[in-house]
Design a binder for this molecule. Structure first.
Ligand SMILES: Cc1cc2nc3c(=O)[nH]c(=O)nc-3n(C[C@H](O)[C@H](O)[C@H](O)COP(=O)(O)OP(=O)(O)OC[C@H]3O[C@@H](n4cnc5c(N)ncnc54)[C@H](O)[C@@H]3O)c2cc1C
Length: 379
């Protein structure tokens, strides 16, 4: 694949640059610093992007997308990062993918528009206290009573649950079946009686994720996505699209951070420092390895191949690149970080730590690659 922009792609890139130049709300970072205004700001920005036609570039037109090649999603992600614009909620693309792949026509018509427009915020309820890496071991139960599923149990680490309107929820409907086959997926409104989301504050002080309790929560029968027992395949679709950083604009953000660190090293006279120079070179190599991996996976999407286990390569490289560059930043800034003179850097460093956990830990990505891509025998 030729990775250079075609004329149409270059025109789209130029259009985006012009649009971002006019439309990024000034001081948006300060606005989202405040948890009180954050959710409303994000919803508003999502609506603005949607009105401008910059959501779901590669989705089929009948589901509200623009029917373009996945390259346009990647360009959107890149230009969002380059312009330092607020990002679209990360889960729109992969939750949408799960809904349009597995949903009935009626569900697609009902749920996809609200996901696209930003009128509803969604969260993803997969992990539980005893089922993270081993999602198939989840225990949250749903029992059919008349025309309703009655849900009892607990989810863990559900990002954004406390501010969400809806949840893509995995539940066990058939405990007598083998564990992968007894799981189903419910499109669950978060405002019904019996749901309690308790925020978990991460090391950066942010309530980004929650534990969620379900106490006799009643969900209409027709809210089951796909068929009864089909939850595992929905989880795999979602995770496959969640694991590749191709559409997230991560690479340009990473490159911008690296450029800033090079400047910082120069300002502090440490460019030739034997502790710094190889670290900068390594960071550059990791960024390039990730960039090329992302491009290779993008070319698979363009040729029509669905996301699969190869997303684990990108997830692994992404986590490693992000954690090492944030670590390098902390090393370069030294006491400034610990004396509170670089709060954004400290926050970025702390936020990098769980990257090797969410979306599936790095150890699990290695297992997937060893067993399902390299076909190595299980130990
Ligand atoms: C900030 C954050 C946001 C998250 N957001 C969401 C969300 O929105 N929705 C959601 O459903 N979940 C979410 N998660 C949960 C995340 O997917 C899980 O934390 C992750 O899958 C690991 O599961 P666990 O925490 O139960 O750890 P465990 O599965 O208990 O693993 C503990 C350690 O053991 C290792 N390990 C486990 N099994 C194996 C094995 N077979 N081989 C080798 N090593 C192994 C793991 O790599 C890890 O280091 C989030 C987590 C975090 C930290």
């Amino acid at each position: 694949m030729d990775y250079r922009d075609t004329a149409q792609e270059a025109a789209f890139r130029a259009e985006l640059r012009a649009w971002f130049g006019q439309n990024i709300p000034p001081g948006w970072r300060d606005v989202i610093e405040d948890p009180a205004g954050r959710t409303e700001f994000r919803k508003q920005w999502h609506r603005t992007l949607h009105k401008a036609g910059y959501v779901a570039m590669s989705w089929p037109v009948e589901y509200g997308g623009r029917g373009l090649s996945p390259i346009f999603d990647a360009i959107l992600g890149e230009e969002t990062a380059r312009a330092d614009a607020p990002p679209l909620p990360g889960n729109v693309n992969f939750l949408g993918r799960a809904m349009w792949t597995h949903g009935t026509e009626e569900q697609k018509k009902r749920f996809l528009p609200m996901l696209l427009t930003g009128d509803a915020v969604w969260c993803q309820g997969f992990s539980e206290p005893e089922a993270g890496s081993d999602i198939a071991g989840l225990r949250t139960r749903a029992v059919l009573e008349g025309d309703e599923w009655v849900v009892n149990g607990q989810k863990m680490w559900t990002s954004g649950a406390h501010a969400a309107d809806w949840c893509l929820l995995l539940v066990r409907t058939d405990p007598d079946k083998p564990k992968h086959k007894g799981i189903s997926c419910l499109l669950t409104p978060m405002n019904v009686p019996g749901i309690e989301a308790r925020p978990i504050y991460l090391a950066n002080g942010e309530p980004e994720t929650s534990e969620v309790f379900f106490d006799n929560v009643r969900i209409p029968r027709e809210n089951m996505l796909g068929h009864r027992g089909g939850g595992w395949s929905i989880a795999m679709t979602t995770l496959a699209y969640e694991r590749g950083p191709g559409d997230t604009g991560f690479v340009p953000k990473y490159q911008a951070t690296l450029r800033r660190l090079e400047e910082l090293a120069a300002e502090r006279g440490r460019l030739a420092d034997p502790a710094v120079r190889p670290a900068l070179a390594t960071a550059y190599i990791k960024g390039e390895a990730l960039r090329l991996t992302v491009l290779e996976q993008l070319s698979l999407r363009v040729s029509g191949q669905l996301a699969g286990e190869e997303g684990s390569i990108a997830k692994l490289l992404w986590a490693d690149a992000e954690q090492s560059i944030q670590h390098l930043a902390i090393e370069l800034l030294g006491p400034d970080v610990w004396l509170g003179r670089a709060p954004q850097r400290l926050s970025a460093y702390l936020s990098s730590r769980p990257v090797s956990v969410y979306g599936g830990s790095s150890q699990i990505q290695k297992n997937i690659l060893a067993q399902r891509v390299l076909r190595m025998p299980r130990a």
